[in-house]
Design a protein around this ligand. Structure first.
Ligand SMILES: NC(=O)c1ccc[n+]([C@@H]2O[C@H](COP(=O)([O-])OP(=O)(O)OC[C@H]3O[C@@H](n4cnc5c(N)ncnc54)[C@H](O)[C@@H]3O)[C@@H](O)[C@H]2O)c1
Length: 439
């Protein structure tokens, strides 16, 4: 029985600032897209918040409102964009450089895009070896950088008369690091900031500044950023929602669509070989083995968690899973991802599936940035804080509470997301149980 009570949700009054640390291909494709949609030049394809509906009650009730009519989300007209980068280009120049959208599409939004200018970034080259930033802050310590970022956020809010702000990390993938001692508690992390501990990455300084400023933070890259105990402690203390990691686009999206299907039909998987060529700046950064390691770890976990070899050793125990990314400049942002999947069926007979996905990475990522910005703002207005697992749907490597394994199956993730929205509005959760058999 539905209580119809739901959660008290603060209304989405006023303007919502969307801060993007890293204003490259994904961020500018997102900004240009939102502006094109606002001006009636395009439709928000790929965005659950803008295109999705949600079924309520029994199928016979025929109630399927649009998500935007069901939960109070910020409207696109109320979004204001800002961010940081380590290059000075405005959003128009950066988008031109990224080469995702056509010159015609960019020219149509030129004036607006030129008005979106990055603030100076916090950067340390040992974390992104392939880039040499030219537009970066100077400071006396990592704590000083964090304070400068807090001042940027306050000024952004003041200058645009914003009611609320959210942040989505769209910066380059940093080198792989495990959480260390300095990441273990907030006190140690703050002491580490003060003495510029080398284990604190720039992305973690942004995350810290955002949470200190009351800004929810989503992490679109695989590096730690908001995935360590000290920052979880801060999110709890300040009651701020956080989520990550690594936008689920391209090949991993395909994996999390297909693998649940194989498992549902008890088909075995002997091997899954994935390789990509891409030629954008992200590809260049990932050409460095240490940045690639962050990506590899993020991509490899997916099959293991979906297929559960411990539960189904006959089907998946010895599966060989390989992921490769090759930087190939002629391809630009138009990645090509090949998958060769060796599966087996009845009596162990072998079959092969080949996928050749001519993908546009940033086209798949941009609507994710939009949905995350709107849902993180909703979460904040609902009083939800800490890791937002219901947003796992959007991530390759979803963050979870300590001790829990991440849910990777796209369809379970979608059900969890929509049931969370139902719960917020006091509607019955949908389990797909066929009660009609018992009437
Ligand atoms: N495109 C996708 O589909 C996709 C999918 C999953 C994850 N991602 C991740 O999203 C991120 C952005 O991807 P992209 O294709 O836009 O890359 P990009 O290289 O075009 O943009 C990244 C931007 O971040 C800037 N940057 C780097 N370090 C910074 C710092 N410390 N502070 C501020 N800015 C900084 C770079 O100058 C660059 O402009 C990458 O980490 C990528 O791995 C992208």
């Amino acid at each position: 029985m539905s209580t119809k009570k739901g959660t008290d949700i603060r209304p989405a009054n006023g303007k919502l600032g969307v801060l993007l640390p890293g204003m490259g291909a994904v961020a500018t494709t997102f900004i240009a897209g939102v502006e094109a949609i606002r001006r009636g030049h395009a439709k928000p394809i790929g965005s659950l918040t803008q295109m999705g509906t949600i079924r309520l009650g029994k199928r016979t009730e025929n109630r399927s409102p649009k998500v935007t009519d069901f939960v109070p989300l910020a409207g696109l007209d109320d979004l204001v964009f800002g961010g940081w980068d380590i290059f000075e280009e405005n959003a128009f120049e950066s988008a031109k450089h990224a080469g995702v959208l056509t010159r015609d599409d960019l020219d149509r939004e030129k004036g607006f895009l030129e008005s979106v200018k990055p603030m100076r970034g916090v950067f340390e080259q040992s974390y992104v070896k392939k880039l040499s930033g030219t537009y970066i802050k100077t400071g006396t310590s990592k704590m000083d950088y964090a304070e400068q970022l807090c001042a940027d956020i306050a000024e952004f809010k003041r200058a645009h008369g914003l009611d609320r702000v959210v942040a989505v990390w769209c910066g380059s993938t940093e080198v792989y690091r495990e959480p260390s001692e300095v990441h273990s508690t907030l006190a140690k992390f703050e002491a580490g900031l003060a003495k510029s501990d080398e284990n604190i990455a720039p992305s973690a300084i942004y995350a810290y500044a955002c949470l200190k400023s009351g800004v929810p933070y989503a992490n679109g890259a695989p590096n730690l950023s908001v995935d360590f105990p000290a920052i979880h402690e801060l999110a709890k203390q300040r009651q701020i929602p956080i989520c990550g990691k690594d936008f689920k686009t391209g090949q991993t999206l395909m994996k999390t669509i297909l693998a649940p299907g194989f498992k549902a039909r008890y088909l075995g998987v002997e091997g899954w070989y994935s390789t990509n060529i891409l030629g954008n700046r992200d590809g260049e950064v990932l050409d460095d083995p240490e940045s690639f390691k962050s990506k590899e770890v993020s991509k490899l976990g997916v099959l293991e968690h979906i297929l559960q070899p411990d539960l189904y050793p006959d089907l998946y125990k010895d599966m060989c899973h390989v992921v490769r990314i090759n930087y190939y400049p002629p391809r630009g942002d138009n990645k090509e991802g090949w998958d060769n999947i060796d599966i087996f069926g009845w009596l162990g007979y072998k079959m092969q599936i080949k996928i050749d996905f001519l993908c546009r990475d940033s086209i798949l990522a941009a609507p994710i940035v939009l949905d995350l910005a709107l849902f993180m703002d909703l979460a904040q207005r609902c009083g939800m804080h800490g890791i937002q697992e219901w947003l796992s749907f959007y991530f390759k490597s979803p963050m979870t509470a300590p001790g829990l394994y991440p849910e990777h199956d796209l369809f379970i993730q979608l059900m969890k997301l929509k049931n969370t929205l139902r719960h917020l509005r006091g509607e019955e959760l949908i389990t797909h149980l066929g009660t009609e058999y018992y009437d």
